[in-house]
Design a binder for this molecule. Structure first.
Ligand code: SF4
Ligand code: FE
Length: 518
């Protein structure tokens, strides 16, 4: 970034930097948002009992940066100051790995989706895509992007990366849809900027963000020019409506007491975002009409995001801990089959982490200076995530026992007549309070069937692309011809030398054998 654009970015500073989780929560108050939840317009999301736990989860990303700056903050080459890691462009494999370590820690602290990685991964992908766009077309997107980046780093705000369109008929391209709004598109262009309409589906943490970066969701053709739009809009821009997604057992968060919610403090958040002629000023437009770059953006974003799913290993740590705790409370922790199930859960959890962190370790530098994780390993990581948390969840339920889904409510526990009966008959080991046993069972329910199963299971399946999307990427990079040559050479079918075979190396294998750098 040159000095002029850095100066411009700082001149645009419009809010005091947010420091703590409490500052962050305060920063969300008083916005003019149009939000619907269960048929009602929500006046202040911050105070809504169903929404608040998701805000608390994002607040942890601020507090961690203060409590553990090495993990969750970093020096920004753009501002020369220490900034939250979620707003940093990783320039080395080490910095990608540190993103993963931060994600695992936050998963451990919240037991849910802390929502901030979509923005981080969008910023990282856009850094190299806007650079490449400018190289090809001399468009100036990269300096605009850097000006925006400097500003948000300084202000320490939350960015939501909005990619997934509602998509309509999956067999048709955006411009072929019966309704043109089924993918977000430009409806009007003026000298000052563009207007966009359409909807983004199940957008993680959108209400808890300060800005949304809208991006195309898939490869586009020449006829889809109006759909090749990337732009940043404030979440409370005129013309945006949020329709909040229900989560399993979400109304428990609105009940009295803290037991039945399972994890009363934290949850994830998804909502549908509807854009009706929302204005995006030119300074916040980072792509407009360059259809051939849509696929690079989607591929790079998913490459970052699919290895970001090591977040689930932090959540898995909590679930394994909950399963071990209930075994302990039941007096069976030392039984060999219980130990074995805990070992299996750990093995599965670390398998996800291993693939994710390896994807980061094997990152490669882009021309813009950003570092991109290894595509093959990022896809393998996310593909594990579509399956292994289900097995970890199954084992957790195995250890929990049926009581997990048949427990009476907290009201019965507190009831004058029924409470003592519950105390007596739901006791495990005598030295463990019945209430504690109930609490850990409710947490297990929360993570495998309730609010946080949204993030731990189904979101693991479909977030950052459903399983088939990863299989397509893995198929593209698996270099089966190269592997056949290896086999033929050893079987004496082909006499090609290893040197000749290696000449064919491209993509994934080339990275496997590339020297390690930091
Ligand atoms: Fe981050 Fe995981 Fe939530 Fe995605 S699902 S935003 S990677 S915590
Ligand atoms: Fe996600």
């Amino acid at each position: 970034m040159d000095q002029d654009s850095a100066a411009a970015a700082f001149a645009a500073l419009s809010r005091e930097p947010i420091r703590t989780g409490t500052d962050y929560i305060d920063s969300l108050r008083g916005r003019k948002l149009r939000v619907y939840l269960m048929g009602d317009a929500v006046v202040e999301p911050v105070d809504h009992p169903i929404i608040r736990p998701s805000i608390n989860a994002v607040a942890e990303t601020y507090d961690l940066a203060i409590e553990n700056p090495e993990v969750a903050s970093v020096m920004s080459p753009l501002t020369g100051e220490r900034i939250n890691r979620f707003l940093h462009i990783a320039t080395s494999p080490t910095e990608l790995v540190m993103q993963n370590k931060m994600q695992r820690r936050l998963g451990q602290l919240t037991g849910t989706c802390f929502q901030r990685c979509v923005g981080m991964d969008a910023l990282n992908a856009l850094h190299s895509v806007t650079y490449d766009l400018d190289q090809k077309y001399g468009t100036g997107y990269h300096s605009r992007f850097n000006a925006f980046l400097g500003r948000i780093q300084r202000e320490n705000v939350v960015i939501g990366g909005a990619m997934t369109d509602v998509k309509g008929d999956r067999g048709k391209s955006p411009s072929e849809q019966a309704d043109p709004d089924l993918f977000v598109r430009v409806t009007k262009r003026t000298k000052q900027g563009v207007y966009i309409s359409g909807a983004k589906a199940h957008q993680t943490g959108c209400l808890n963000s300060h800005w949304l970066i809208v991006m195309p969701t898939m490869r586009l053709d020449v006829g889809d020019k109006d759909y090749a739009i990337v732009g940043a809009v404030p979440v409370d821009a005129e013309g945006i409506t949020y329709i909040y997604g229900r989560q399993s057992c979400d109304t428990r968060s609105a009940e009295d007491g803290s037991i039945d919610a399972g994890n009363a403090r934290f949850s994830g958040q998804e909502a549908m975002i509807v854009f009706e002629d929302v204005f995006v000023p030119l300074e916040h437009v980072f792509m407009d009409g360059e259809v051939e770059f849509a696929s690079s953006l989607v591929e790079r974003f998913t490459c970052y995001h699919r290895r970001s799913y090591v977040c689930k290993t932090g959540v898995g740590d909590v679930l394994i801990g909950a399963a071990a705790t209930i075994a302990d409370y039941n007096g069976v922790e030392r039984a060999s089959h219980i130990r074995d199930k805990l070992v299996e859960m750990t093995h599965l959890n670390e398998t996800i982490y291993g693939a994710g962190i390896a994807a980061s370790h094997q990152g490669t530098g882009m021309k813009s200076g950003a570092c991109l994780p290894d595509e093959m390993l990022a896809n393998v990581c996310k593909h594990h995530v579509t399956r292994l948390p289900y097995e970890i969840g199954r084992l957790a339920q195995d250890l929990a026992g049926g009581l997990m889904v048949t427990l009476p409510s907290e009201r019965e526990l507190r009831h004058e007549t029924i409470g003592p009966i519950i105390e007596k008959y739901l006791k495990g080991r005598p030295e463990i309070a019945t209430e504690d046993r109930i609490r850990i069972l409710r947490l297990l329910e929360n993570m495998t069937l309730g609010r946080n199963a949204v993030g731990y299971l189904t979101e693991s399946m479909h977030g950052a692309g459903s399983p088939q999307a990863q299989r397509i990427q893995i198929a593209r990079s698996m270099q089966i011809e190269f592997k056949k040559e290896l086999a033929k050479s050893l079987a004496g079918i082909s006499s090609a030398s290893l040197a000749e075979i290696e000449n064919d190396l491209s993509t994934y294998m080339a990275r496997v054998f590339a020297p390690v750098r930091n």
